[in-house]
Ligand binder design. Structure first.
Ligand SMILES: [Zn+2]
Length: 294
């Protein structure tokens, strides 16, 4: 499952390659599951539109297109195995290709997804403005949070790269779950999965089993800094390729070479040499150094 850095890498890669181009043709596979909006609606919304930008919001890739001064958003959720590729027309179309957007320079944006957990849909931002922002979607645990304009598809979680220290600390107040589980909770922070939770906790020197509510202000400060640093480094290195994740050009990321604990069970800690331990926590394999993390 791609986490925040992988989704951001793909969004940035596609943005750099297709921004400003026009979509001249849309093909979809007709396969069930993939299309959250009717395929005819997707084709109608995108054909003839100009791509303004492609960016990450939460774990969703948002392609904003413009036609007749009207903005429409094409939402791409990669799911487990989804890939968004920018291809030249002579490149063979991969099996499990579910959508092809042909651009006015003849290149193609292709969505490939063997397991079909990915989702494609059309979102009309003006509908958000039409419906008044009431309190119906507020997270009751955090009445102080300012409502995200994109909460509809970003999910209720906060953005880990930009959340303030104060808000970050507030997320864990009263949480009796282990800190690792709280980090994975997508309604608190979005885009942080197993790899980056383990890596951030190692860098902050915090044991994954610690109760979230019991972490000191100083520890949470360290954790936030570690999380931001890990995510940013991973984005710089093009994400982590641990299963079949590849970026917009189909190139694998390199952050997995920097992993300090994730999937290094039994190997020596890079700081102290103690063998890295693996336990099950919140149903996920969890990796930590028993000496460096307290
Ligand atoms: Zn260690």
């Amino acid at each position: 499952m791609p986490e925040l850095p992988e989704v951001e890498t793909v969004a940035n890669g596609v943005n750099a390659r297709v921004r400003g181009l026009r979509i001249v043709q849309v093909w979809t596979s007709g396969k069930p599951q993939t299309f959250k909006s009717p395929e005819t609606e997707i084709a109608a919304a995108l054909t003839g539109a100009k791509i303004e930008s492609v960016r990450r919001v939460g774990k969703t890739i948002v392609m904003t297109v413009l036609r007749d001064k009207q903005q429409t958003e094409f939402l791409i959720h990669l799911g487990m195995t989804g890939r968004l590729l920018v291809c030249t027309p002579e490149m063979p179309v991969a099996p499990h290709t579910h959508a092809v957007l042909t651009l006015d320079d003849a290149r193609e944006v292709r969505f490939v997804d063997p397991r079909r957990f990915g989702r494609l849909s059309i979102h009309h931002p003006e509908n958000d403005r039409a419906s008044t922002p009431t309190s119906q979607n507020r997270d009751v645990g955090h009445p102080d949070r300012t409502h995200d304009r994109h909460a509809g598809y970003a999910g209720p979680g906060r953005e880990p790269l930009t959340i303030s220290l104060e808000d970050f600390v507030a997320l864990f107040r009263g949480r009796k779950t282990p800190i690792k589980a709280a980090l994975l909770n997508q309604s608190l922070l979005h885009g942080v999965g197993n790899i980056y939770a383990d890596e951030a906790l190692f860098r902050a020197g915090i044991r994954p089993t610690r109760q979230a509510a019991r972490l000191t202000h100083d520890e949470l400060k360290k954790l936030r800094a570690a999380l931001v640093a890990v995510l940013k480094q991973a984005i710089k290195l093009g994400g982590s390729s641990v299963s079949d994740y590849v970026d917009a050009d189909g190139v694998r990321g390199f952050f997995q070479l920097r992993h300090k604990v994730y999937q290094r069970t039994g190997e020596p800690c890079r700081v102290c040499g103690t063998p890295i331990k693996r336990i099950e926590l919140a149903g996920r394999g969890t990796h930590f150094c028993p000496k460096c993390q307290r």
